[in-house]
Design a protein around this ligand. Structure first.
Ligand SMILES: *Cc1c(COP(=O)(O)O)cnc(C)c1O
Length: 387
């Protein structure tokens, strides 16, 4: 059997045609493909605004800035995430802290958040922004988080990098509860533009600010100009922005990918259901199912039961790789990275995230994974865990 990666993009003839059409068009960037993609994304996610950006990291950065994060601000996120969820706040000069995870959902724990907020209210150290992460595509507890946000006056940036097309309380991710939601279109994510991100918000003023921040702080809209324009060429830089734009080539690919989203989500869900069955009885914990939300199944991460098997996580990882199966580990807790240790964090600070990490392994899950490949993954894992 040839190598099975843990995740894999899906590119077909219609994607290639969309890209080549754009290459042959008048605009490679700043043309009509970007707003067309943004509109399609907003419609699919029932969001008032969608803003395409160069990558989700850039999206998280300007989301923080648009919400006023700066030197002196505090931003809290989940330690069980990719480093970008925390780095975005450091880019703004803010102070980062973490809230431990719920061992069942592997997302930020609501109880831990509430406890930390109660303490922070006493110490006058409340966060300006909290960044929950929809780990593996499972939406976090945003409704209760919104209640806490309103009570303690912080904003919510939902890092939905894993959660394109996920659903919570019957509504698509990116449509409600968070002030701003950020999605990633990196090649391993649910839909891809190679690199890319999308920001959604329901707030007109935030959307306007995000669009400015994405493109050098520049506007050409006559209604938005602060000075009387000398002529039609005039643009104004109104704040210090960046070049965080997505190209038209990528946006055309994004629109083409988006058309396949629902079929892919269906296949991902089917594969996850099959894993649940194929792995039954093994000494490991499978991902939780919650009746009020639907995961986009970006990852299928299991936790080895170290009391019930003599195999270490590293042995299982190496054994799978040796069998040509591309497993991965999500995530090394952010606070244990050397850069974050240098900021004062230490091992032991967020024990649930650390315990989860020490046992976690993500096995292959992507729409083109075949049933036969999946059975091979499951049987290899079964053999490895049988001693
Ligand atoms: C992939 C990812 C990011 C960063 O996305 P990019 O598009 O690569 O910048 C941020 N947060 C999480 C949770 C991710 O998985």
């Amino acid at each position: 059997m040839s190598f099975i990666p843990y995740s894999c993009q899906n590119i077909d003839a219609s994607d290639i045609a969309a890209v080549t059409d754009t290459l042959n068009s008048a605009y490679l960037t700043q043309g009509p493909a970007v707003p067309a993609f943004e509109n399609a994304f907003a419609t699919r996610h029932q969001a008032r605004h969608a803003i395409a950006v160069a990558n989700a990291t850039a999206g998280l950065h300007i989301a923080c800035l648009a919400l006023g994060v700066g030197p002196g601000s505090r931003v809290w996120t989940s330690p069980n995430s990719f480093i970008a969820s925390a780095n975005c706040a450091l880019y703004c000069g803010a102070k980062v802290d973490f809230v431990d995870i719920d061992p069942v959902t592997r997302n930020m724990s609501l109880q831990a958040l509430e406890q930390k907020l109660t303490q922070a209210a006493k110490n006058n150290t409340l966060p300006a922004v909290v960044i929950p992460v929809d780990f593996a595509g499972l939406p976090c507890d945003l409704k209760q988080m919104r209640e806490l946000a309103d009570r303690y006056h912080f904003s919510i940036i939902e890092d939905a990098s894993h959660a394109i097309g996920a659903e919570y309380l019957g509504k698509p991710t990116g449509s409600a509860y968070a002030d701003i939601t950020v999605f990633s279109m990196h090649a391993v994510k649910i839909i891809t533009t190679a690199e890319g991100g999308v920001i959604t918000t329901q707030d007109d003023a935030l959307a306007k600010k995000l669009r400015l921040l994405r493109s050098q702080g520049i506007t050409r809209e006559s209604a938005d100009l602060q000075y009387n324009p000398e002529g039609p060429w005039v643009y104004e830089q109104q704040l210090l922005g960046f070049n965080y734009r997505l190209t038209d080539i990528q946006a055309a690919l994004g629109s083409s990918q988006l058309r396949k989203l629902d079929a892919w989500l269906q296949r991902r869900t089917q594969l996850a259901d099959r894993y649940d069955e194929l792995l039954a009885g093994l000494p490991l914990k499978i991902p939780a199912r919650l009746s009020d939300r639907r995961s986009s199944w970006h990852l299928y991460a299991v936790e080895l039961d170290s009391e019930a098997t003599r195999r270490s996580r590293c042995e299982v990882y190496m054994g799978m790789q040796d069998a040509q199966i591309g497993v991965n580990v999500h995530y090394i807790p952010i606070h244990t990275q050397p850069y974050y240790r240098a900021l004062g964090f230490a091992e032991g600070d967020f024990p649930n995230a650390e315990r989860y990490y020490s046992r976690a392994i993500s096995i292959p899950l992507f729409p083109s994974l075949t049933d036969t490949q999946q059975e091979y993954v499951a049987s290899t894992l079964r053999t490895l865990l049988s001693i």
